[in-house]
Design a protein around this ligand. Structure first.
Ligand code: ADP
Ligand code: MG
Length: 690
């Protein structure tokens, strides 16, 4: 049966049910089969009430003994008491009472899931629950019962657990021949059950063992198709010929010989990796990862000098103007030694300043340009753009990067990021790029002393800041700026600045910088801060990226609990850049224990990869990368954090298949191709599948 068959062909799916199912992304029988249960009820995972302890997250099956409404100080609540033969449990709802109270009858059997609390007896507040039919009980039947997500809309549209099971069963019975996508040897090698078995068992299995096999197979498929996309993307890049940059050249040598420090082994290693890519006539596509302060800038300068030594032009794009200026200064001070001209291109430049740069880039007299998004404007043209570098690459969209790359003839591409991305995530998210990691800090670094404090301790913190400033040093106070609530966050930072300036530090210069200020205002403030004309700088997170003020020794991060750990780590990297001992104070304003536990990781480690791992575990991949990228992962069952071994297997297989059959044209890959196109129809524009 064709997977595109509409669900309206199924028994009982009339136009009303069809509509609500469509609203939930279920239009075809394929969609229905891949609407996996959100939970499975299995005999072995059901806990008896007798064994509960406060804080457990449990699944149980109970019979409704009694229920009723109660008035409390907080308003009406609704309670149901259930028993499972070993004890009693109270279920409590604080809202939606009117709707909930009509759902129960004495004697009903229900499956319940939630966190156990204890108030004179065991209770679960706002549990997940499903009413069970007679034949649904996994204890008496020994079967695993699938529980699907049911929204209110589905329920009122006439779709309950029983109905979903019935139509899934109908499809599975009709589809006795769900085609396999992998050849038998692949299934054997990776210990995979057939797709047909997996789809049957994810819905209806006879035990947890079978269910786990099904989960394993379906996770494998999801990772496989994403890796296939990565393999195809990588492949499509490699087709295009680009200018090889084989020579070390005179500039690279001269600059590296005159550095006032010795490159770390890690820096030398990544330079080698990059250079060996540049020798090839296929474009490099490499991601350089290195913790804040690990010395990526000098690597990019040396690589740029190498490119210029091969007569290629270099464009480096960075997300903010402040950072562009800073990089420009770093580049210039090295490039002056070898007389390589270098230009800065940012937004809102005067025409008299901008025009000569455009001319120089077009006729090749300017070999290196550093800039913001201004670089991707249409009138920016190059004579021979051979290398594109993007710093803090996660700040740019794929299109922006592509626009810059298109200004050259298949230029080599180097992305840099200071966000340490856990390995498993990195091969999925950047699976089409090669990876270089600077995993070693320059030897002279002193770790930043980090402390989590309650607001009540701020008086002491401010005194400490006064002492540091008296000793000639500077301080930054960071306020969170979350996009959706930008206005109120901004107001908080402005307010804080006023208070610090007038109340706590009346004798010191307290500056304010935030993202809504005009570029030249920001530059002006940063200029003053770098000259130590401002002692304390109150800032929203604009300083997060790259800014280098070696004299700043104290960073106070307000509402630290609102930041991701990775972001805190980045911010903390802004201090401790000079010779003095530095401090980072995390002000915790959220009162929960979990925020304390989370933040304390910052006190314990300076290893960006350890922090990133924790961050990913705690917040999940969507949050980890920020809201913008959350649509990237289409996973229904796969888990980026815990599926490490499966990801590696799936990746290896996907790359092997594309290596042998780049267009997926072989008969043996026909089903793979079909499924892939079905799953990733919206991501096919940057790959070529002829
Ligand atoms: P990031 O990787 O965060 O971009 P930077 O490139 O800004 O780090 O480097 C941070 C500081 O460390 C700079 O002042 C740079 O000059 C210095 N630095 C870079 N490499 C070394 C090294 N091998 N030894 C000592 N200092 C270094
Ligand atoms: Mg940097």
């Amino acid at each position: 049966m064709d997977p595109a068959t509409p669900i309206s062909t199924l028994k009982g799916v009339g136009s009303r049910r069809e509509k609500v199912l469509n609203n939930h992304g279920i239009s075809t029988i394929h969609d229905l089969l891949y609407y996996f249960p959100r939970r499975h009820l299995d005999r072995t995972t059901i806990s008896p009430i007798r064994n509960f302890t406060k804080g457990d997250v449990v699944t149980l099956i109970g019979t409704v003994e009694t229920f009723g409404e109660k008035s409390t100080r907080r308003g009406k609540i609704f309670q149901v008491i259930v028993s499972d033969g070993t004890g009693l449990l109270t279920l409590t709802w604080f809202n939606g009472v009117r709707y909930i109270k009509n759902l129960f009858k004495i004697g009903d059997k229900i499956a319940i899931h939630g966190k156990v609390d204890y108030y004179g007896g065991f209770t679960i507040t706002h549990p997940e629950f499903d009413k069970l039919e007679k034949d649904d009980d996994p204890i008496s039947t020994g079967k695993v019962i699938p529980l699907y997500s049911l929204t209110q809309e589905l329920k009122s549209g006439g779709i309950d657990q029983r109905f979903l099971r019935q139509i899934v069963k109908e499809v599975l019975d009709l589809n006795s021949k769900i085609p396999e996508i992998f050849q038998q040897y692949i299934l054997d090698e990776h210990d995979l059950i057939s797709l047909k078995d997996a789809l049957n068992k994810i819905h209806f299995s006879n035990g947890i063992g079978e269910l786990n096999q099904a989960i394993h197979r379906l996770k494998f498929d999801e990772h496989f198709f994403l890796q296939l996309l990565m393999a195809l993307r990588k492949r499509s890049l490699q087709h295009s010929g680009s200018l090889p940059l084989p020579d070390i050249g005179p500039y690279f040598k001269l600059i590296s010989e005159t550095l006032d420090f010795e490159l770390t082994d890690a820096q030398k290693k990544v330079i080698k990796e990059i250079h060996s890519d540049l020798k090839n006539p296929i474009p490099m596509n490499r991601l350089l990862q290195g913790d804040v302060g690990s010395g990526k800038t000098i690597v990019s300068i040396l690589i740029s000098a190498l490119a210029v030594g091969n007569s290629a032009q270099v464009a480096m794009m960075v997300p903010t103007e402040i950072l562009a200026r800073q990089h420009f200064h770093s580049f210039k001070s090295e490039l002056e030694k070898v007389n390589i001209p270098c230009a800065l291109l940012v937004g809102n430049m005067k025409k008299v300043d901008r025009s000569p740069i455009l001319v120089g880039l077009e006729n090749g007299k300017i070999p290196i340009v550093i800039g913001t998004h201004a670089l991707i404007q249409e009138d920016v043209n190059f004579k021979n753009l051979g290398l594109v570098i993007v710093d803090e690459q996660h700040r740019f969209g794929v299109n922006q990067r592509a626009k810059l790359v298109e200004k050259g003839n298949n230029p080599h591409f180097l992305a840099m990021t200071a966000t340490p991305i856990p390995r498993t995530l990195s091969i999925t998210y950047h699976g089409d790029m090669d990876l270089s990691i600077i995993d070693e800090m320059p030897a002279n670094r002193i770790p930043v002393v980090t402390k989590v404090v309650e607001p009540s301790r701020l008086g002491k913190v401010y005194q400490f800041i006064k002492d540091e400033v008296a000793a000639g040093r500077q301080c930054m106070v960071i306020y969170p700026l979350v996009e959706e609530s930008e206005k109120s966050d901004l107001a908080a930072a402005v307010e804080a600045h006023k208070e610090l300036d007038e109340k706590f530090f009346p004798d010191l210069n307290v500056g304010l910088i935030h993202g809504r200020m005009k570029a030249d205002e920001k530059d002006n403030i940063m200029e003053k801060f770098s000259k130590n004309e401002i002692s304390i700088l109150v800032s929203t997170t604009v300083v997060e990226v790259g800014v280098d003020i070696p004299n700043a020794t104290v960073m106070v991060i307000e509402h630290a609990d609102r930041f991701g750990l990775t972001q805190l780590h980045q911010l903390r990297g802004r201090v401790g850049r000079g010779a003095e001992k530095s401090y980072c104070v995390l002000v915790k304003r959220n009162v929960t224990d979990t925020s304390r536990t989370r933040l304390s990781i910052m006190e314990e480690t300076h290893d960006g990869f350890v922090i990133a791992d924790e961050d990913l575990k705690l917040r999940g991949p969507g949050q980890f990368f920020g809201i913008k990228q959350s649509g990237f992962f289409k996973f229904k069952i796969a888990n980026m954090v815990t599926d490490g071994p499966i990801i590696h297997m799936a990746r290896k297989l996907a790359f092997e298949i594309v290596e042998k059959d780049p267009n997926l044209k072989n008969e043996s890959n026909k089903m793979i191709r079909e499924m892939f196109i079905l799953d990733y129809s919206d991501r096919l524009d940057d790959i070529s599948l002829s």
